[in-house]
Design a protein around this ligand. Structure first.
Ligand code: SF4
Ligand code: SF4
Length: 386
């Protein structure tokens, strides 16, 4: 998690979305702090550091589930197809009949469930409680994403009310919703429930959840839903998610759904400081200044993770001499991680490996290939390390 956040922060993303869990947020903050130290963000702090967003659900949702099984119930002759198919290596066996899912690594994609020949793997859903998130860590987050589904007005209203203590900390609210025949009137209802909303709003069109790394075609559902929401003229900004991958930008360009004049600017420059609240027409008019029928960003989930996952351990080892113990220091839990550009003292005496030979370089190249399709911001690592 920490290295994943660090890498995409260095690659120039605007926002990083993580689970609403105190330990996860602390790890993500450490990843941001590492990015600051490596890139010398101090000189560019107002330009490039991404916002940290946490995700909540108002009801059962595929993003909020974990696989579980008891290896003692697996047939001894099973070839264990669950093990290699897991994109995060969350499934491991120590011996026949011993092993299972490492909960912290499982993100609920469901692939192991689909391949188990005896259907012994179950999906355990969970509901994230805003009250369970440590109050003293609210100042570490910048935004919230609420996963919801058409017809859940009552559950959404209840969750929104419980989030009132969070509102002073939020710079952005994102609503993630899959397609449905009545999704547009549902989202209009959500807007009324949230009004007055003093921060920007993003509608995240959750086409085919957690599928972007499965193949090229998974991006279509997210784009179709984005077109539907754009056509409805809802106040706020639209961003495809769920199935997005390396083909998403080219498809969006083909369809004329990217405002190329704005795509090089960071999110905080594209978004206004605040949207009008109850005036549909007024809010829509602000959006239209940026191109009402174009998307304002893309959310990459499983595809972004899969691009760099095999390199994260090597990057971590490589960076130990520079970031080392300071980077993994748990004291940042409950505190806002200081975003100092200072490297640990031992780093100064340890020669930096040539960037072109490093795992960090390979990871950054992959991350930038994805992020750079939509954003043309320059980044600072090459300035510092050549
Ligand atoms: S649900 Fe996905 S991430 Fe979780 S254990 Fe199964 S394959 Fe791995
Ligand atoms: S595929 Fe199913 S039965 Fe086979 S090892 Fe995995 S969980 Fe057990």
């Amino acid at each position: 998690m920490q290295r994943l956040v660090m890498l995409y922060a260095l690659a120039g993303v605007d926002c990083i979305d993580v689970a609403a869990d105190g330990a996860v947020v602390a790890a993500a903050r450490r990843g941001l702090a590492d990015a600051v130290r490596l890139a010398g963000y101090g000189e560019h702090r107002n330009l490039g550091l991404p916002w940290l967003m946490v995700s909540l659900n108002d009801s059962e949702d595929p993003h909020f589930r974990k696989a579980h099984f008891d290896a003692a119930h697996c047939p001894p002759d099973c070839d264990r197809p669950c093990e290699p198919i897991c994109p995060t290596a969350a499934i491991q066996f120590q011996a026949p009949g011993q092993g299972g899912v490492t909960t912290e690594l499982c993100y609920g994609c469901g692939r192991c469930i689909a391949v188990c020949p005896v259907s012994t793997i179950e999906a355990q859903s969970y509901l994230v409680s805003p009250e369970a998130f440590p109050v003293d860590q609210l100042n570490q987050i910048d935004a919230v994403e609420i996963h919801t589904q058409t017809g859940h007005q009552a559950q959404f209203t209840q969750l929104w009310q419980r989030l009132q203590p969070w509102r002073p900390y939020l710079k952005l609210v994102s609503i993630s919703c899959p397609d449905h025949d009545h999704v547009v009137p549902y989202l209009k209802d959500l807007y009324r429930i949230m009004a007055p909303l003093e921060v920007p709003l993003i509608w995240q069109t959750d086409g085919r959840p957690m599928s972007g790394d499965l193949g090229r075609g998974t991006t279509h559902a997210a784009i179709r839903l984005a077109q539907k929401i754009l056509a409805a003229g809802l106040p706020g900004y639209v961003q495809p998610a769920g199935g997005t991958n390396g083909y998403t930008v080219s498809k969006l360009l083909e369809l004329g759904l990217i405002n190329q004049a704005a795509s090089g600017a960071p999110l905080r420059e594209i978004l206004p400081n605040g949207l009008p609240t109850t005036q549909w027409a007024g809010a829509a008019a602000k959006t239209s200044a940026l191109g009402a029928k174009t998307i304002s960003g893309i959310a990459y989930g499983s595809y972004g993770r899969s691009q760099v996952l095999p390199l994260l351990d090597a990057i971590d080892q490589e960076l130990q001499p520079w970031l080392g113990a300071e980077s993994s220091n748990q004291r940042t839990i409950g505190q806002r991680t200081p975003l100092s550009t200072d490297l640990p003292t031992n780093a100064a005496s340890t020669p930096w490996p040539p960037l072109h030979q490093s795992a960090l370089d390979r990871g950054l190249t992959l991350a930038r290939q994805l992020v750079g399709q939509l954003k043309s911001d320059c980044h600072f690592l090459s300035k510092r390390y050549g």
